[in-house]
Design a protein around this ligand. Structure first.
Ligand code: ATP
Length: 237
């Protein structure tokens, strides 16, 4: 397997605060990899650093063999990396369809109709609501829209920041089922989550981030039964 994305000894500072400390990780083609960690562990920082916001203070972020740590967010997005951000950040005043159209910006409109139909198959709820203003959708529907919008750019690597955040358990289950469906098409996924149970069940491999440092790594199954993970992230069950 070849690494599609690799972090090599990555440090990130916010002024005097060091948010990431010598982070090393890799996401191989076709893999689902998760990074779990509690509030403030540095998960969002790690994802956002891929787009150069914040800039890393040392190390390298290698994507498809190239160091992208000094590139613009636009360059990264137009080379096949799409993010479905935490808090969803859809365009609230736009309809579902218009939001999906925005997702095509990095690649243009050539496959737009075909891809939109595909999204409506994957997310029937969005089809029913295609003309609805995004701000009036439920949290779960907005999350689905954010994922679908990211997929509209036909990414080589889909980055997800806490897709389960603030959602009811039944909706979280639906979202993870959809992610499993997306993964079964061969999509490479890097998922940052506090919901260790769902994330580790979905993932081929996982990392545990504690105070900006990678504490543990292993297969999803190994981490699910790891005593430290069970104690800290699975409520000791
Ligand atoms: P959460 O799950 O709560 O979003 P997280 O794991 O995503 O947490 P980050 O948001 O990456 O964590 O934050 C990591 C650390 O960096 C925290 O201590 C946070 O206070 C700090 N931090 C994040 N953004 C900034 C910023 N813009 N300026 C200063 N410190 C920041």
């Amino acid at each position: 397997m070849s690494a599609l994305l690799q972090f090599k000894d990555v440090d990130v500072h916010y002024g005097p605060i060091q948010a990431l400390k010598k982070v090393n990780l890799e996401v191989n083609q076709g893999e689902i990899v998760t990074m779990i960690g509690s509030n403030g562990a540095g998960k969002s920082t790690l994802l956002m650093s891929i787009f150069g916001q914040p800039r890393i203070s040392s190390g390298e972020i290698i994507y498809q063999g190239e160091d992208i740590s000094k590139k613009s967010a636009h360059y990264v997005a137009s080379n096949g990396l799409a993010q479905s951000p935490e808090g969803r950040r859809i365009f609230p005043g736009m309809s579902v369809e218009e939001n999906l159209l925005m997702g095509t910006i990095p690649i243009g409109m050539a496959h737009c109709d075909e891809d939109m139909q595909h999204m409506f198959e994957l997310f029937p709820r969005l089809k029913e609501r295609r003309n609805q203003r995004a701000s009036t959708m439920s949290g779960g529907e907005q999350q689905m829209l954010a994922i679908a919008r990211a997929l509209m750019s036909r990414p080589k690597l889909l980055l997800l920041d806490e897709p389960s955040l603030g959602l009811a358990p039944i909706i979280v289950k639906q979202i993870f089922q959809i992610l499993a469906d997306v993964a079964s098409t061969g999509m490479t996924i890097f998922l940052v989550e506090q919901n260790a149970n769902h994330a580790l069940k979905l993932a081929d491999r996982g990392y545990v981030l504690v105070n900006g440092e990678i504490r543990l790594t292993g297969s999803g199954d190994e981490l699910l039964v790891n005593p430290e993970v069970r104690e800290a992230y699975l409520g000791g069950h």
